[in-house]
Design a binder for this molecule. Structure first.
Ligand code: GAR
Length: 193
């Protein structure tokens, strides 16, 4: 299965997907990696692995993902023969026409146990709320913010003395297990096995 990855940051989740492919636990390949941030480390990692990369031109908007840019990205993903789109730390809201181009084929990883703590910096939200446990979620993307059907979740404890950084780091360890497993689950479903 050909994956397309969209990310805005360091790309550790993309790396976890690549590691699972290398280890033979995920039967897929990453066909293209796209970022809205030209300097994002996810692009460097992808280039180092010889993966095609591209920058998403968001027309100067800081947070918006303009419709024309979404159409361009859909075309780029289709040209790379992408079958499943994985958002990995991608910080813009996906809407039509990208959703229409890949119906039920766009996944996202979120650093909380959705529906708790949607939106930005969920690990800080969890600390502020004083919960004893948070986690991470892989879900299908719909037109809402972090609202699509959940595929897999993993719980992560909040420990005494946790800082935002220590908690996010613990969540990321879980994310790196969860994302490849969730992709495999979707793949099996799509292939009817
Ligand atoms: C991950 O923790 C991911 O869950 C989060 O961004 C980080 C990206 O890390 N995504 C969101 O908060 C989306 N709302 P990475 O670039 O190292 O994979």
């Amino acid at each position: 299965m050909v994956l397309g990855v969209l990310g805005s940051g360091s790309g550790s989740n993309m790396q976890a997907i690549l590691d699972a492919i290398d280890a033979g636990t995920l039967d897929a390949r990453i066909g293209i990696v796209l970022s809205d941030q030209p300097g994002a480390f996810i692009l460097t990692r992808a280039r180092q692995c010889g993966i095609e990369t591209g920058v998403i031109d968001c027309r100067g908007f800081r947070t918006k993902f303009p419709d024309e840019a979404q159409a361009e990205i859909a075309a780029r993903l289709q040209a790379a023969k992408v079958e499943l789109v994985c958002l990995a730390g991608f910080m813009r809201l996906v809407k039509r026409p990208l959703l229409d181009a890949f119906p039920d084929r766009i996944l996202n990883i979120h650093p909380a146990l959705l529906p708790a703590f949607p939106g930005l910096e969920s690990w800080k939200q969890a600390l502020a709320a004083g919960v004893a446990e948070t986690g991470c979620t892989v879900h299908f993307v719909d037109a809402g913010m972090d609202t699509g059907p959940i595929i897999l979740q993993e719980r992560v404890p909040v420990l005494p003395g946790d800082t935002p950084e220590s908690l996010h780091a613990r969540i990321q360890v879980a994310e790196h297990r969860l994302y490849p497993a969730a992709i495999t689950r979707v793949q099996m479903h799509l292939q009817g096995t």
